[in-house]
Design a protein around this ligand. Structure first.
Ligand code: PLP
Length: 408
């Protein structure tokens, strides 16, 4: 390993805004690089037992990933380094592949649509049930978990009876609860601690997609989540110049299974992308501070605008997710969803802006605007006139003037 020991939840040495700058650097020895080098080897010297080598072949592990993986591990308060993947969706697919055949994946109706599409494919291939829920409705999510547990037990009993054996299936568990909070693009806020506790009580694995919040605003592993996933493409890298993902867990067994998924399917990241992501991570705290301040002001101005039907942003005092977000997050993020009354108006607004960039994705320094239902795969429960804003770090008044003109 080339970099420092990761911080752990038990011994955080620095505040998160220091950690993003400090973590994942080479040891402080005279003449050492301040930044980890980009390591381009595909193979590494290894004699004898290949498993005893820290690095052997770059599809399994490489020093090109280790500093970033350790940095993410410390930021997400994981006892173990993270696992970097070739994209957020590659990380998501690897995690969803852990759901056992005959089990259930309970997932928000308004998850990122790529996660839903991937879940549908894997569920079909692997033979587990997929149940979509309103993740902001805690009772409904718990009811779905209870139903899924009952179904899994009944299926296991039937399989045991037909095989003439005792109970089977209990060791693989009833499945997984997927939490996205806030959700993309509806900005619903889940009761993350309550849902994690309820799912764990019932034997479900819990995964949280922490892309919108970043580890600076919430650290779900501290609340008992088994796995955290990220689209590193967004805030962590922060400059809309890499596509990358990551999964984190404090369980040695789960990390091993995810590592195997990554190695066997080959969904790996390139050294340049990972280096860029670590460089981007250094400014995460200042980028997020500025973007959040911009987002708060823009959300407040949108609520007062006559042309806007509804604005969802957890930082608004009357947002349905405000109380929860205030309790469980240390900031409200920088994504806003607002609705105008028709798809045509929403399209016209996204076409009229001159400073905001009409583009998909989010989390970069530049502000992006998009009518979400232009994606045919977006759930029909997302309003036709919903516009998602990824608020960047530009001057607030420039951003507002441009948006206000487009709204007009
Ligand atoms: N999770 C969320 C919340 C996202 O918004 C996205 C992409 O938009 C992803 C995961 C997928 O990440 P990637 O595009 O890096 O594969």
């Amino acid at each position: 390993m080339t970099s420092r020991e990761p911080e752990t939840a038990a011994s955080p040495k620095f505040a998160p805004d220091t950690l993003v700058v400090e973590t994942g650097r080479p040891p402080r020895t005279d003449g050492a690089s301040v930044n980890p080098p980009i390591d381009l080897s595909s193979t590494f010297v290894s004699t004898g037992d290949i498993d005893a080598s820290p690095y052997a072949y770059a599809r399994f592990d490489t020093p090109a990933w280790s500093p970033f993986e350790e940095a993410l591990g410390s930021l997400e308060h994981s006892a173990l380094p993270g696992l970097v993947f070739g994209s957020g969706l590659a990380a998501i697919s690897a995690v969803i592949s852990l759901v056992p055949a005959g089990g259930t994946l309970v997932i928000p109706t308004h998850s990122y649509q790529g996660a839903l599409a991937s879940a549908e494919q894997i569920a079909h291939r692997q033979g587990f049930d997929l149940v979509t829920v309103d993740i902001a409705d805690t009772e409904a999510v718990i009811a779905a978990l209870d139903e899924a547990s009952t179904r899994t037990s009944a299926a296991a009993d039937a399989a045991a009876a037909s095989a003439g054996e005792g109970r089977v299936g209990s060791e693989s568990g009833p499945g997984m609860l997927w939490i996205e909070s806030p959700t993309n693009p509806m900005l619903e806020v889940a009761d993350v601690p309550a849902l994690i506790a309820a799912a764990r009580d019932r034997g479900f694995l819990v995964t949280v997609d922490n892309t919108f919040a970043t580890p600076l605003l919430q650290t779900p592993l501290d609340l008992g989540a088994d796995i955290v996933v990220h689209s590193v493409t967004k805030y962590l890298a922060g400059h809309s110049d890499v596509v990358l993902g990551a999964a984190l867990t404090s369980s040695v067994e789960l990390r091993e299974r995810l590592h195997t998924e990554r190695s066997m399917r080959g969904a790996i990241a390139g050294p340049f992308e990972v280096w860029l992501a670590l460089r981007g991570l250094r400014t995460l705290a200042v980028r997020l501070d500025r973007a959040q301040a911009n987002a708060q002001a823009i959300a407040e101005r949108l609520t007062a605008h006559a042309g806007v039907v509804e604005t969802r942003y957890p930082g608004l005092l009357d947002d349905p997710g405000h109380a929860r977000a205030s309790e469980q997050m240390s900031g409200f993020g920088a994504i806003i969803a607002f609705t105008v009354d028709t798809a045509e108006k929403a399209t016209a607004i996204a076409e009229a802006v001159r400073l905001w960039t009409p583009a998909t994705s989010l989390g970069g320094v530049e502000s992006l605007i998009e009518r979400r239902r232009r994606h045919p795969s977006e759930p029909v429960t997302v309003p036709e006139g919903l516009i998602r804003l990824s608020v960047g770090i530009e001057n607030l008044e420039d951003l507002w003037a441009d948006l206000e003109a487009a709204l007009g």
